[in-house]
Design a protein around this ligand. Structure first.
Ligand code: C2O
Ligand code: CU
Length: 464
């Protein structure tokens, strides 16, 4: 693990506080008009966990008690508070992936907040404007901290959503463990320069092929998060009919039957699934990408059939994502590329020691004390089209913080105009993502394959 000198840390904190005036607590901005919600305590800590068959894995990192970080359930439009306490022996922060919240709550070291040093804490306070399936994770030494476990689900509930007979949330991810159940090197440079380094053990909710019960003939809401640092999934269900009802938290304009769907790190999928009628029947969730298909989880039908119909499920509540104006939108070209430049920038929040990737020819690993210039400056209230091109031979789940975009068109495939925060861009694809710049601040834009992010495929957009 990297060593962090107190002096550098202090210097870095001072810089952030000086440059952005971040010393004030969030309460100052939100209170006293709001009743202060009681904060959820998220203690960042290391633990042992039973992941592999062979032995408990040491040095797992999580939030809260032993085991998987808690799946937080919060309410749309209601203030939410979380207190991060750092019991790790390195700095950390929390980023709330997909939430359109105040920039100071976004959890990006140096850009939006000072990192949280060992023994220190940070109070997050925000009101989620949108309902849906989201998640949270650190934005500091991310490959290690996420790779070792710090990826939690965040579900924002909407009272206007239809009622299902059951709901199951699955946090899908891998672990890089050796035969003895212990962590092995998190990445290989030669893989980081390609698709990324894959885990060796695959889990759903930190379990190998877990099985869950759901009422026979009933309607189930299945919420999935791909919180892995590398792996792209092609998800398929065996033994049940399901409709995709939301992608990346937001309802899809037109529901469609799940045949199989490719979904990448950072992305979420909400499925409406009808369980089989016969008690004991098993439904399998499978990843069919790659040469070895893998069952991720199973669902077992229980009890007498409820005899429900998928078409009984009404529309999800709407999210108030502002509609970009395509007539006046200005284009921002963003080219994701490999880079030959090989000077890695050192950072308190971890460096992988290489730079393989770039956005608009500029490699930046993010989370450094001297952010380069923004990729673009956007005027508050104006609409933009992020014109993203991927001339590389690899897929990149490209993610924007703080604002949701509408997928307008793609050169590679027909797209529904869905609203999202992470787009899985294929090799040679060009995609137009429209966004109304309504949230002021510096917002990171990066690939969510963490090795790509941390070896250069990161930048940020400034809204002012
Ligand atoms: Cu899940 Cu910077 O993001
Ligand atoms: Cu990438």
């Amino acid at each position: 693990m990297a060593q962090f000198s107190r002096r550098n840390l202090l210097k870095a904190s001072a810089l952030v506080a000086g440059a952005y005036g971040l010393g004030i607590g969030a309460a100052a901005r939100f209170g006293p008009a709001f009743a202060q919600p009681k904060p959820v305590l998220l203690e960042a800590r290391s633990t042992d966990a039973a992941l592999a068959e062979t032995a408990a894995t040491r040095g797992v990192m999580t939030y809260g008690n032993d085991g998987m970080p808690p799946t937080l359930r919060i309410a749309k439009g209601k203030p939410f508070a979380a207190r991060l306490e750092n019991r790790l022996d390195e700095p950390t922060t929390i980023h709330w992936h997909g939430l359109r919240i105040d920039n100071r709550m976004d959890g990006v070291p140096f850009l939006t907040q000072p990192y949280v040093y060992t023994g220190d804490g940070f109070d997050y306070l925000f009101t989620p404007p949108d309902a849906g399936t989201f998640w949270y994770h650190p934005h500091c030494n991310t490959l290690t901290q996420m790779g070792r476990g710090m990826t939690g689900m965040l579900i924002v509930e909407d009272p206007d959503d239809p009622v299902f007979d059951a709901e199951i949330a699955l946090n899908l991810r891998d672990w890089r463990l050796g035969g003895n159940g212990q962590f092995i090197e998190q990445f290989k440079a030669r893989d980081a320069a390609k698709a990324g380094t894959y885990g060796t053990l695959r889990t759903a909710n930190w379990q190998r092929e877990p099985q869950y019960d759901a009422p026979a003939g009933g309607l189930l809401r299945l919420r999935l998060v791909i919180s892995d640092v590398t792996r792209i999934y092609s998800l398929k269900l065996n033994g049940a009919e399901a409709h995709v009802i939301a992608i990346d938290g937001n309802p899809v304009p037109n529901r469609f039957a799940l045949d199989f769907l490719m979904i990448g790190p950072g992305q979420r999928l909400d499925l409406a699934l009808r369980m089989p009628d016969t008690e004991g029947t098993i439904v399998e969730l499978e990843d069919i990408r790659g040469s070895k298909p893998k069952i991720l989880a199973r669902l077992r039908a229980t009890g007498p059939s409820l005899k429900r119909d998928l078409r009984d499920i009404g529309p999800l509540g709407r999210n108030p994502v502002p509609e970009p104006d395509l007539g006046t939108a200005q284009n921002i070209p963003l080219v994701l590329s490999a880079t030959a430049e090989n000077a890695a920038v050192d950072s308190i929040c971890g460096t992988l020691g290489y730079s393989f990737w770039a956005i608009n020819k500029r490699p930046w690993p993010g989370d450094t004390a001297d952010p380069t210039a923004p990729l673009a400056e956007m005027k508050l209230g104006k609409s933009y089209v992020l014109d993203v091109a991927n001339p590389t031979p690899h897929i990149h789940p490209i993610h924007l913080h703080g604002m949701s975009f509408k997928v307008v068109s793609s050169s590679a495939r027909p797209v529904q105009q869905f609203v999202s925060d992470t787009y899985l861009i294929l090799p040679d694809e060009k995609v137009q993502l429209a966004v109304l710049a309504d949230n002021p601040g510096d917002w990171v834009f990066h690939c969510h394959i963490i090795e790509h992010q941390k070896t250069g495929m990161t930048g940020y957009l400034r809204v002012a």
